[in-house]
Design a binder for this molecule. Sequence first.
Ligand SMILES: Nc1ncnc2c1ncn2[C@@H]1O[C@H](COP(=O)(O)OP(=O)(O)O)[C@@H](O)[C@H]1O
Ligand SMILES: [Mg+2]
Length: 241
Amino acid sequence: MTARLQIEAVDVGYGHVGVLERVSLDIPAGAIVALVGSNGAGKSTLLRAVSGLLKPSRGRILLDGADIAGWRPDRIVDAGVLHVAEGRRLFRQQSVGDNLELGLYGSRLDRAGQTARYRLVFELFPILAERRQSRAGVLSGGQQQMLAIGQALMRDPRVLMLDEPSLGLAPIIVDQVLDVIVRLRAAGTTIVLVEQMVERALEIADYAYVLQNGRVAGHGPAAELATSDLVRNAYIGAGHG
Ligand SMILES: Nc1ncnc2c1ncn2[C@@H]1O[C@H](COP(=O)(O)OP(=O)(O)O)[C@@H](O)[C@H]1O
Ligand SMILES: [Mg+2]
């Protein structure tokens, strides 16, 4: 059920502009792996390559050993890899319930399976049950982030990639979202967490990678990386999350 993701020496860019160069990550099944780095380092670009929005010009992306690099995005979703993009893209005019239903689009779950997904999402984020009839556009930022994650959870992801889930959220909401990520790991979901709040991300992650200028500058167990010079000097402390 759980899935391992291996990114092997990928080059990724936009047209002729290269961004990632020979980037490799090993994301063990059922782990939280944090991906940290400054703005423009290429974190979102990497998630876009894994989810099929960008095609690597070199390298492999293995999901349980099968190379998914270059697959269409819908096929990658079918394989169980879900991407919660930066900026919580929701259908703002639609209700919370409709947004969750749209998350089921293309899924082969039967009625009982779908009901179980709603139950899980509403259990993790009770506020979404309360606000089921509200339009997504009127929710707070935190509630919208919960809805974006909930929408991805409707597809029962094996690998969940979250791009800056804490962005713009109040500290108490950040706690709630991180707590849900930990619970998802406990249920066997493999998590890739891109996060500007580096210290918080490393607290819950098992392993972490540092991306600088499109290359992996370091990696290691999250607790070790949190105390390393590389991370402490550049990403933790004054001026950083
Ligand atoms: N749609 C795009 N077209 C061209 N260049 C882009 C695009 N999106 C991002 N980039 C460039 O790719 C590099 C990495 O960006 P990004 O992956 O968004 O970094 P991060 O998520 O780490 O902040 C940056 O130099 C950025 O300007
Ligand atoms: Mg980004």
